[in-house]
Design a protein around this ligand. Structure first.
Ligand SMILES: C[S@@+](CC[C@H](N)C(=O)[O-])C[C@H]1O[C@@H](n2cnc3c(N)ncnc32)[C@H](O)[C@@H]1O
Ligand code: SF4
Length: 379
């Protein structure tokens, strides 16, 4: 067993308002954000977690939310300086910050860049005003387009646009028009998510009319072809990028790497190879409880059982298009494949869901389409 590469996730739990489809741990609040207090809590939380990692190098940081771009560049600067004081941060770390186009202007992106952020992920969702309002977004199409320009002007060459499809009343043409507008902005990375109706959201209690399955299928097929023709390579279910511009932070999750998770409700996974353990951590979810000094930031912490590891490993690895080194299984889980698992893998190869060479497994296009049945083998 080895300690895999290490990342750091930082959660900022506030947004201007809650979007009706979103089940992320986020709370609507535009004014009076407890910015300075929360940054100090994040750093205290990190100082406690840092004991789990010793001097291991942190290779990527992702500041997600919620809407981290609600915070000022000064607060992000204090946060990143504080992180560098508490952990061994790589000089070439990818540092991403999520931004909502309704909360940014040009100077803010320049400020984030000066604070050390080198990648911005912009939540565009759609370029059609009617769709944006159906999604309860706080920005219009013009702001969505402007945000990509600010990112580029600030010298943030590595930026991502989040786009969703399968939106209420969306036609194939609507979806392709959105993609083509996104491609016009030439983002080095594009996350293209299919809208899902999540329990306990406004959309779950008042479901909008979504496109039929046939339309969704056409959107997937033709959208994928459009992205490929524009030079975007799919490297994960919803992740597309220009060559070499994949999100290193997300790649590390899917390669079953380690990550500390600080902030409200953040999850972490830490391997301690010397002890042969993998620990999962979850922080207190609600901002009030998280910032309550009378209790710990940690809500739950446990060691992952060996019998859960095969599923966890493959669930992450098989999301990726890239081939998976067979040796990573033993190195990252500390386990050897059982006879039963070897025969399941062989059967997946027979069914055309997986290909196998001497040193690698790779999920096939058919396997990606039937990913759930492929993963059931490892439950
Ligand atoms: C934390 S949000 C991103 C940043 C920022 N909060 C924003 O919305 O602009 C992460 C992304 O997940 C996607 N997302 C959120 N809820 C979703 C859902 N129900 N179905 C599909 N994608 C969703 C959106 O594309 C969103 O931009
Ligand atoms: S989608 Fe983004 S802006 Fe909307 S509520 Fe969720 S985290 Fe906040």
């Amino acid at each position: 067993m080895v300690n895999p590469p290490l990342s750091l996730y930082i959660h900022i739990p506030w947004c201007v308002q809650k979007c009706p489809y979103c089940d992320f741990n986020s709370h609507g609040q535009k004014h009076d954000l407890p910015e300075a207090t929360y940054v100090q809590h994040l750093l205290d939380d990190l100082a406690t977690d840092a004991r789990l990692i010793g001097n291991r190098e942190v290779g990527t940081i992702f500041i997600g939310g919620g809407t981290p771009s609600l915070f000022s560049p000064d607060a992000i600067d204090r946060l990143l300086n504080g992180v560098a004081e508490r952990v061994n941060l790589s000089n070439s770390a990818e540092i991403t910050l999520e931004a909502n186009p309704g909360t940014v202007e040009s100077e803010k992106f320049i400020g984030f860049r000066q604070a050390g952020v080198n990648r911005i992920s912009i939540g565009v969702q759609s370029f059609q005003t009617q769709k944006l309002s159906a999604l309860g977004r706080i920005h219009d199409s013009a702001q969505a387009q402007a945000a990509a320009g600010y990112a580029r002007a600030a010298g943030l060459n590595s930026f991502n646009l989040d786009l969703m499809h399968g939106l209420p009343d969306q036609t194939l043409d609507d979806a392709l028009e959105d993609l083509s507008k996104a491609i016009e902005q030439a983002p080095p990375h594009l996350s293209w998510y299919q809208l899902t109706i999540e329990p306990n959201t406004q959309f779950a209690s008042k479901p909008p009319v979504l496109p039929e399955d046939d339309t969704l299928w056409d959107i997937q097929e033709q959208g994928h072809a459009m992205l490929a023709a524009a030079g975007y390579e799919q490297y994960e279910i919803s992740g597309y990028s220009k060559a070499g511009m994949q999100c290193q932070h997300n790649l590390n999750y899917w390669r079953f790497g380690d990550y500390l998770g600080i902030g409200c409700g953040a999850h972490g996974k830490i391997t301690q190879a010397d002890k042969g353990t993998i620990t999962r951590t979850v922080k207190v979810k609600h901002p009030k409880g998280y910032m309550d000094l009378t209790r710990s930031y940690m809500d739950n912490q446990w060691q992952v059982d060996a019998d859960e590891l095969p599923f966890e490993f493959f669930m992450n690895r098989l999301r990726l298009v890239e081939a998976c080194p067979i040796d990573d299984y033993a190195a990252y889980t500390g386990l050897s494949l059982t006879k039963e698992q070897l025969s399941q893998l062989a059967s997946a190869v027979d069914k055309g869901l997986l290909s196998q060479s001497q040193h690698h497994w790779q999920v096939t296009p058919l396997g990606r389409r039937y990913l759930n049945s492929l993963l059931e083998m490892f439950v």
